[in-house]
Design a protein around this ligand. Structure first.
Ligand code: SAH
Ligand code: SF4
Ligand code: F3S
Length: 473
């Protein structure tokens, strides 16, 4: 029986599986790829088995991240063969930063790949898919097109998945830290126009989003064109976003210490929606190593910057990235890193062993590469110190009442999971209707990576208030 005009369209539905590696920018990009492919009949699915298209959105930042792609491509090849044996076709694509860095080489190593395309080209997916499906050889697209993908992506995209969303405002990097591939894989710094960002934020909020994380490889280098024709900094953009009704929380990541300007520092003390948590990578505490990394600041510059931030916002929790075993790093340099960590006190942080990346200046520092065993030992030491700081920070939460935005269901029956203002995961027994809501939670448990507590109901809030009055009386 014919079911009317929609029938033909339904019959054409195809399954799209996207696997995302790397940073939040890739998470954002994967969602936008799904938006672009939606009108071509592709619907997201959460398994590669039997999918009509598989996209690996890849990360090139460290060797291990890159190598994962090839082992995954091996597994995908079997699924692709199975699909072909059933008379179907699975289009396989490699996107993201490995695609940008390695281009056609990927197809030489993995000839079953149909498309390789870089992070700046996915608005061109409809043409690329048509060419790939026609089967006239693979498609490789690692251009940095003159047009911005942001101007060409579909405006009405899929509904956001939950109450917390990412919004890319800046992309690319002109800093050229000597260890890093990002300036090569993402290209030079680009900021989206303010009006475009505000429109996307309003659309997200109209779909129930309460928290937006502004993304950029150097997000605080943002200098998008404002409605007044002038370049707006990130602080000004945040103030404009804070005026959107219903947007309760604003965050931004990742920042560079050199781009922390006065206005942005001031926003931390004056915009209540701007969360008191900042990821501000410092990489090392040694001035010698910072110079060799081309970070263009010293350990003391970083300390002074943190002082200024804490003066504006005493409640600020800090996070950072550290690299151990950068070429030429001595025991003394490493001790300087531990000292900086001790001086600052981080709420959480990421640390990595230095990984020599092809094409970056630090990779060519022959004879200066640090022994793998030493890198390992230093990584252990740095992680031990950072973990201790994280546990201590989490423990200061016990007895406090925190606002938690519930955004996931927990593993246990009746459990909801959310994030505190300081990015901690908080586990709570709570009714499902509170999903997507900001709720006050009294914290009773603190662990290495999370907190637990119970919802403060209207009644207990009154009780707590009257207790507070009694105490003060
Ligand atoms: N734009 C951000 C970081 C981007 S990459 C910044 O400027 O800080 C994320 C983190 O990966 C970096 O902060 C760094 O700590 C780590 N990283 C980058 N390249 C690396 C490499 N070659 N080896 C080990 N870690 C690396
Ligand atoms: Fe990489 Fe440095 Fe740019 Fe960060 S600032 S993306 S570490 S080059
Ligand atoms: Fe990785 Fe590219 Fe992000 S290299 S960290 S996916 S910018």
């Amino acid at each position: 029986m014919r079911k009317g005009p929609g029938f033909g369209v339904t019959a054409l539905k195809k399954k799209l599986f996207i696997k995302t590696y790397g940073c939040q920018m890739n998470v954002y990009d994967s969602d936008r790829m799904a938006d672009v492919l939606g009108p071509l009949g592709y619907e997201p699915t959460d398994t590669p088995d039997g999918a009509d298209m598989v996209i690996l959105n890849t990360c090139h930042i460290r060797e291990k991240a890159s190598e994962k792609v090839y082992s995954e491509l091996g597994r995908i090849r079997h699924l692709q063969n199975e699909k072909a044996a059933d008379g179907g076709r699975m289009v396989v694509a490699v996107a993201g930063c490995v695609a940008q860095a390695e281009g056609a080489e990927i197809m030489m190593r993995a000839p079953h790949v149909d498309m390789v395309f870089g992070p700046q080209t996915y608005h061109q997916l409809p043409e690329m898919v048509t060419r790939a499906v026609r089967g006239a050889g693979g498609v490789v697209n690692t251009d940095f097109p003159v047009e911005s993908k942001f101007d060409l992506l579909p405006e009405e995209s899929a509904k956001p998945q939950g109450p917390a969303a990412f919004l890319s405002v800046q992309e690319g990097c002109d800093k050229f830290c000597t260890f890093c591939v990002v300036p090569y894989t993402r290209g030079s710094e680009y900021s989206r126009p303010v009006a475009q960002v505000l429109n996307e934020a309003k659309r997200l909020v109209s779909h129930g989003v309460r928290e937006i994380t502004l993304l950029g490889q150097n997000v605080n280098a943002f200098h998008g064109e404002g409605p007044d024709g002038k370049a707006w900094g990130l602080g000004r953009l945040i103030r404009a976003l804070a005026e959107i009704d219903g947007l309760a929380r604003i965050r931004y990541t990742t920042s560079h210490p050199r781009d922390m300007d006065d206005d942005l520092i001031d926003a931390h003390g004056t915009v209540p929606q701007l969360m008191p948590f900042l990821h501000l990578p410092v990489q090392s505490g040694s001035d010698r190593i910072l110079a060799a990394m081309n970070r263009k600041h010293t350990g003391d510059d970083y300390r002074r910057l943190i002082d200024r931030l804490r003066t504006r916002q005493p409640d600020l929790a800090l996070s950072s990235d550290f690299i151990t075993g950068f070429p030429g790093e001595t025991d003394q340099d490493f001790a300087d890193t531990l000292r900086l960590i001790t001086d600052i006190g981080f709420a959480q942080a990421y640390s990595f062993k230095y990984s020599a990346r092809p094409g970056t200046p630090a990779a060519t520092l022959e004879g200066r590469q640090v022994d793998e065993k030493v890198k390992d030992e230093r990584l252990q030491a740095v992680q031990q110190l950072l973990n201790a700081q994280q546990v201590a920070f989490n423990q200061t939460m016990i007895g406090r009442t925190l606002s938690v935005l519930f955004d996931r269901v927990g593993k246990l029956e009746g459990q909801l999971l959310g994030r505190s203002a300081y990015m901690q995961s908080v586990y709570v027994q709570a009714p499902a209707r509170l999903m997507g809501q900001m709720v006050e939670v009294h914290i009773t448990g603190a662990y290495a990576n999370s907190l637990s507590g119970h919802v403060v109901t209207g009644e207990t809030m009154t009780q707590a208030a009257s207790r507070a009055v009694e105490v003060h009386a």
